[in-house]
Design a protein around this ligand. Structure first.
Ligand code: URA
Length: 465
């Protein structure tokens, strides 16, 4: 029997470093006991014969990439059997290299479910964590309390660093705490709810915002509870209002119906959209605001069924303050018209809200936004998505796809088909209109324009009639 003691419950590298030589030496899964740091108990104390050495050579063991991706997530699960289940799959992969693709295999299915639960928990932490502002001797500091279900705090650290790079913050959880001082990240021990501050003035902002986006006509309590489990509610200032809002939802809905429901729905969400846009105008989440003229926020009806997401404002958009009004916007408008989509009925926005450019003489030349800039700006897209709740979001090009899906997508392969966003919303990806502008060959340009229009028609076809 071999016992492997991992230093932390989410330590994928330590698991991999131990698992690979064991698998290469063909040690059967039943002969390995996996333990974690402080929880470890010496099962074989006093019985040295039971402690076979852990091999160190990996014997040229190669592991398919999808297994690594799966294992990284699974290791963060709270299932005590996760390490041994992964090890079992690893050993089986030697004889069945394509096993990982077999979704009918019970072990693969079980591990897939664990990975999915971890991904969902990662998403929840991103969506539901709320900072409270406190003052210390260096000024404002933001502190949040969060109770994840799985061991996902380290996996989420870089997300919060990127998103809140310019703030000093601490995230307290029962297992560990993270501290960002604007330069470096450090870890501390776990905390309790009482260690986190309770209320502060920033909550008023959230509450107003949330009350205004809370649309009683759309209350689906089951869905809400699923997406925002009660356990998180107490940490989110805006959700203090939820029971009250739900309780009055029926009455509010009736009154809305009586007082011209459509108009009321519109004005409620429109107010929230205006508040959001207002906030975005002073966005400093990344450095791009320093050289751009202004934030170019999304535009369109807040109850639009289709949302189009571009890359970032171009030179003309930056000056005008509106998305897709320059040359790419004209191609986009022509394609929309050909696909019989009324631009005034769709919501149009960008993954990045500030113009990124390089100066060449007096000319401002478009520069592609980097991963950090896309990530920093995802906050706004997520808010727009929450507010508009489009049936279908259309990513125009790779930057938009990356922002909406949170990962890189091969546009050529994925374009023109129904996809699902990580939050469950419908989506479709296609090329960016500026790609069409760059095509020199006339025939090719016409062909590609036709394909673009076909993708737009497909998106239109995906929305409920
Ligand atoms: N390109 C984009 O991606 N968005 C705009 O708003 C304009 C050009």
């Amino acid at each position: 029997m071999r016992t492997v003691t991992l230093p932390a419950p989410d330590d994928f590298d330590a698991w991999r470093d131990a698992a690979r030589p064991l698998a290469a030496a063909e040690v059967p899964p039943g002969d390995v006991v996996w333990q974690v740091g402080d929880d470890a108990v010496d099962l074989f104390a006093g019985n040295a014969a039971d402690r076979a050495p852990i091999p160190s050579a990996t014997g040229g063991l190669t592991v398919p990439r999808p297994f690594i991706d799966l294992a990284r997530n699974v290791v963060a699960s709270n299932d005590p059997e996760r390490f041994s289940l992964l090890y079992t799959l690893l050993t089986r992969l030697r004889a069945e290299p394509r096993l990982i693709e077999d979704r009918a295999d019970p072990l693969v299915r079980r591990l897939d479910t664990l990975a999915k639960n971890v991904r969902r928990d990662i998403h929840k932490m991103r969506a539901f964590l709320r900072f409270r502002e406190v003052e210390d001797d260096q000024g404002a500091r933001y502190v949040a309390w969060f109770e994840p279900e799985h061991h996902i705090v380290r996996a989420n650290a870089s997300f919060f660093v990127n998103r809140f790079a310019s703030m000093r913050w601490s995230i307290l959880t029962p297992e560990l705490s993270l501290h960002w001082d604007g330069q470096s990240l450090s870890e501390g021990p776990g905390a309790t709810r009482a260690d986190a501050p309770d209320g502060d003035p920033t909550e008023a902002v959230w509450k107003t915002y949330y009350a205004s986006i809370f649309n009683p006509a759309r209350v689906k309590i089951g869905a809400m509870l699923k997406e925002m489990p009660r356990k998180y509610w107490k940490n989110m200032p805006e959700t203090a209002l939820v029971p009250q809002l739900i309780a009055t939802a029926q009455a509010r809905e009736s009154s809305m119906i009586e007082t011209a429901r459509a108009a009321d729905t519109g004005s409620n969400s429109a107010a929230a959209w205006a508040a959001l846009r207002e906030e975005a105008l002073s966005c400093t989440r990344c450095h791009l605001y320093k050289h751009a003229t202004q934030t170019v926020f999304g535009e369109g009806p807040v109850d639009a069924q289709l949302m189009f997401v571009g890359e970032q404002p171009g030179d003309q958009e930056d000056l005008a303050g509106h998305p897709f009004v320059g040359p790419a916007g004209q191609v986009f408008n022509r394609a929309l018209a050909t696909a019989d989509i009324d631009r005034s009925r769709v919501y149009v926005t960008n993954a990045v809200k500030h113009f990124k450019y390089e100066l060449r003489g007096k000319r401002r030349i478009h520069a592609k936004p980097g991963a950090g800039e896309i990530e920093a700006c995802r906050w706004w897209i997520e808010q727009e998505q929450m507010l508009v709740r489009p049936e279908i979001s259309v990513a125009l090009g790779a930057t938009a796809a990356r922002s909406l899906f949170g990962r890189v997508l091969a546009i050529g392969r994925e374009r023109g088909q129904a996809l699902t966003l990580p939050d469950g919303g419908g989506a479709l990806v296609t090329v960016h209109p500026s790609y069409l502008l760059r095509l020199q060959d006339k025939a090719q340009a016409e062909d590609e324009f036709g394909r673009f229009v076909a993708d737009l028609k497909m998106a239109k076809g995906l929305i409920a009639a």
